[in-house]
Ligand binder design. Structure first.
Ligand code: GDP
Length: 197
């Protein structure tokens, strides 16, 4: 199972630029530097589709990628970067508020990316709740698996489950954008969405 094609479509910095289109949308969110771009690149088999950020906090826009000509991967701007100004932070919050208000009911799947090494932050919990409130199916990707020792994995996953309040219907995938672990499972989660137009 592998997506055949992936292309960048557009970026939205204001609600007017949100993409309104009948294709299903899988929406990706996570803290700056968690590896969101790397996960999208790994998933699509494209090294540079989503920019792997040298300057976290600079990408304040929503990016839309189209895979297999019928499923959008929607890359929300990262959050939680300490050096971002108050104004930038407020702009981010406003954009997210509008996104979830306008687009929430049309999110086909929420893909929340966290760092497997750390307890999810308060920002992660808030973002997760926005997805929860929109009622979409949820997948949590615990990235940077390669950085843990084997015996550390289960406790780390349990901590993520507990902190985010995952339910049985939610999927938690240990993932390494670097090595490729979890790619099959995440692809499988997104696969059927392509046919849900
Ligand atoms: P973004 O800000 O969330 O889009 O994060 P990036 O994709 O730019 O990645 C941030 C940093 O984490 C980069 O230096 C990546 O090489 C690194 N990174 C991303 N995923 C992994 C992973 O699975 N394992 C390891 N070891 N590093 C990763």
């Amino acid at each position: 199972m592998q997506f055949q094609s992936a292309e960048y479509v557009r970026s939205a910095g204001t609600p007017e630029q949100f993409l309104r289109d009948p294709f299903p949308k899988a929406v990706f969110a996570g803290r700056s530097n968690v590896g969101k771009s790397s996960v999208i690149n790994r998933l699509t088999g494209r090294k540079n589709l989503a920019r792997v950020g040298a300057s976290p906090g600079k990408t304040r826009q929503i990016h839309y990628f189209l895979v297999d000509e019928r499923l959008y991967l929607v890359d929300l701007p990262g959050y939680g970067y300490a050096k971002v100004s108050k104004e930038e932070r407020a702009r981010w919050a406003k954009l997210m508020e509008r996104f979830f208000r306008d687009e929430g009911p049309r999110i086909s799947m929420g893909v929340m990316i966290v760092d497997i090494r750390h307890k999810p932050t308060a920002d992660d919990v808030t973002m997760f709740q926005w997805f929860r409130d929109s009622g979409c199916p949820l997948v949590v990707v615990a990235n940077k698996l390669d950085k843990l020792k084997k015996r550390e994995i289960e406790p780390a996953l349990a901590c993520i489950r507990e902190t985010l309040g995952l339910r049985d219907a939610d999927t938690l995938i240990p993932f390494s954008a670097e090595k490729g672990d979890g790619k099959e499972e995440l692809t499988a989660q997104l696969w059927d969405l392509r046919d849900a137009t």
